[in-house]
Design a binder for this molecule. Structure first.
Ligand code: MN
Length: 227
């Protein structure tokens, strides 16, 4: 199947001042879109990958097909990890972060440190393994933790193109402000569903995020009713 550029669940200027509309125009409109175009050109007409989901391609491809598929997935994940709204972790996620990192603040410090110290381009992930251990994982370039059997829960893009317009070379400042945009509802959803989806949150979701939004609405209704 040919892949589509994910429609952002917010406007290009919705993440200001932490992330500018100009950054989103380039990052989503040019960089992310470029990976989708390249992936489609590479897999179009191939028996091996044309009909496969992004996650299946990431698990089995190498070279340019892997790099472009992973960059499409990583960016889909990155945009959904962000929200212009203020959110909080679910009680279950809050409890496991406290148990494994000491506190949300200690987790934040460790996550940002991992991003600051990653050499070159890459990604910082919160992942969960099959024993329910959380870990903060760096990957270089396009690399994706699904390849190592981990299930991603959240991700930050630390390629320079993610922050250079707004922060120049100050990656630590970018990470501090990026944290303010963290969509804890999505991270909590991923934590609650990691055994079911195994990181494949997007094959089940339309690119306009509608089923994800439906899920969030259902979660909110459930919380409001106290069940
Ligand atoms: Mn990027």
């Amino acid at each position: 199947m040919l892949h589509e550029l994910m429609k952002l669940p917010y406007a290009y200027d919705a993440l200001e001042p932490m992330m500018s509309a100009e950054t989103l125009q380039y990052h989503h409109g040019k960089h992310h879109a470029g990976y989708v175009t390249k992936l489609n050109a590479l897999i179009s007409g191939t028996a091996e990958f044309e009909s496969k989901s992004l996650v299946e391609i990431i698990k089995h491809a190498d070279g340019a097909v892997y790099n472009n598929a992973a960059q499409v997935y990583n960016h889909d994940f990155f945009w959904t990890t962000l929200s212009p709204e203020s959110t909080v972790p679910s009680l279950a996620l809050d409890s496991v972060i406290n148990a494994q990192f000491g506190s949300i603040e200690a987790f934040k410090k460790a996550f940002i440190e991992k991003g600051v110290t990653l050499f070159g381009s890459g990604w910082v992930w919160l992942c969960i393994d099959d024993k329910k251990n959380l870990s903060i994982v760096n990957t270089s370039n396009a690399d994706n933790p699904l390849r190592s059997g981990l299930v991603p829960l959240m991700v930050c893009d630390v390629w320079e193109h993610a922050y250079y317009i707004d922060y120049r070379n100050a990656r630590a400042d970018y990470l501090e402000n990026w944290w303010k945009l963290l969509n804890w509802k999505f991270v909590s959803f991923n934590f609650a569903n990691h055994e079911k989806h195994r990181g494949d949150y997007f094959s089940n979701f339309c690119k306009d995020n509608t089923p994800y939004c439906d899920y969030i609405d259902a979660l909110d209704a459930k919380e409001e009713s106290g069940s």
